[in-house]
Design a protein. Structure first.
Length: 429
């Protein structure tokens, strides 16, 4: 058996803890949280449990018309006390994964943490048990280092399906000088990137009314010039929205995003629905469009909604039917963006840690729209960056055999430990 403090011992301990969290998934989220809380307590943390109702969290800069979260949820917070004259750090990750279904379709045991060809497989490992494990292991290492440091907090907070765990804690007064979000990287790059910029994103529907021709005939084609075809009217609205998209692309600036994809903002209509696809001879009474708009940090949801509604209103004013029957815009979901510049001390500390562990200078992933890095800055004015190991989650892996790269996970643990010790000891230059 290897000494737990030796490199091999630390590696075995890290993998064993990740496997423990995967195995706990069989008994649900509460079991995962219990394992995390117990390990934090062993590290010397003051551990607390926070129950909250996601529907009652007063989030800022967010739209959730559907409010998908139901019932009480629980967050676990481990606080490692530190010196008040040194910087503090909030780490967060989410223990909740996708509901367990069809685990028998996996080619690996979904709850055993089997390693195959350098990949550790397990339910929830990429979303986000590896983040939770890396945080706990880094807190343990920081506690064992004996270095003078500021306060370190790890919050294991539900996140999926509008669980809003970290937002609930921030609104209850949890504070730190900086924040770190740990989550495996879906981009295929892993620990070579840092998420320091997240675009805002909003989704909406637009309902355009129509009117069938005044006839009792079952077919409307011969009378269609006497109708208000909602498809034709919807295309008037669509044209106005595409003009808005082009205008915004020319007007709205964000250099990093433009260098990556040529523009800082996008608007598209991705769905259109009108009537029964089997009855092409009839005019229906409405057409519904669904779309989304991404926008860089610095713009607000209120500004974005006003621009879209203004474009729709202008299209309606230019058409007799739409002027009397204005289209209805419904906002479904939306979040505000956030950005930590590369010259910010938090980014600098993180980039140095990534470079020291991986041997490569990291770069900023500027295309991770709606990332949870937005929560600390938007909700509480706390700068936040994120990183994570190479992975394949359920959405990328045909709903089975979720995995993280073992070597990159171990690098994630080492980078997290360096960020904690360097930031909280004041070594920010």
């Amino acid at each position: 058996m290897n000494d737990a403090t030796s490199p091999q011992g630390r590696t075995e301990s890290a993998i064993a803890f990740l496997r423990e969290l995967i195995a706990a998934q069989v008994d649900g989220e509460a079991a995962v949280q219990a394992a995390i809380g117990a390990r934090l307590a062993q590290a010397g943390c003051d551990v607390s449990h926070h129950d909250y109702d996601p529907a009652k969290v007063p989030v800022k800069g967010e739209i959730d018309a559907a409010n998908g979260a139901t019932g009480l949820r629980g967050a676990v917070v481990g606080e490692l006390a530190g010196q008040t004259d040194l910087p503090s750090l909030l780490i967060f990750a989410h223990p909740d994964g996708e509901p367990v279904t069809d685990a028998d379709q996996w080619t690996h045991d979904a709850f055993a943490g089997e390693i195959d060809n350098g990949r550790l497989h397990g339910w929830g490992v990429a979303d986000d048990l590896a983040g939770c494990a890396a945080a706990v292991l880094a807190v343990e290492a920081a506690a064992a280092s004996g270095q003078p440091m500021g306060r370190v907090v790890f919050a294991s907070t539900p996140s999926k399906r509008y669980a809003r765990g970290v937002a609930a804690l921030l609104h209850d007064g949890l504070r730190a000088d900086a924040a770190l979000y740990l989550h495996p990287a879906e981009s295929g790059v892993g620990m070579r990137e840092i998420k320091a910029l997240a675009s805002g994103h909003v989704e909406f529907t637009i309902t355009v009314k129509g009117q069938a021709p005044d006839t009792t005939e079952p077919g409307h084609t011969a009378f269609s010039h006497l109708s208000a075809n909602p498809v034709n009217k919807a295309f008037l609205v669509y044209t106005a929205l595409m003009q808005l998209a082009d205008d915004r692309a020319a007007r709205v600036r964000q250099p990093q995003m433009e260098a990556r994809v040529g523009r800082a903002t996008n608007l598209h209509i991705s769905r259109m629905q009108c009537g029964d696809m089997r009855k092409f001879g009839r005019i229906h009474d409405e057409c519904i469009m669904g779309g989304a708009l991404s926008f860089p940090p610095g713009e607000t949801l209120a500004e974005i909604c006003a621009e879209v509604e203004g474009a729709v209103a202008r299209a309606a004013q230019a058409d007799d039917w739409l002027r009397d029957n204005p289209p209805v815009v419904k906002w479904l979901t939306g979040v505000t963006g956030a950005h930590v510049p590369e010259d910010h001390p938090l980014y600098q500390v993180t980039a140095r840690a990534v470079g020291a562990v991986t041997g490569e200078a990291p770069y900023v992933n500027v295309m991770h729209t709606s990332s949870d890095i937005r929560n600390p800055p938007v909700e509480a004015g706390i700068p936040c960056v994120a990183f994570g190991c190479l992975c394949g989650d359920l959405s990328q892996n045909e709903k089975r055999d979720e995995w993280v790269d073992v070597d990159d996970f171990l690098r994630m643990v080492d980078v997290t430990t360096r960020v904690v010790t360097d930031w909280c000891s004041g070594r920010q230059d």
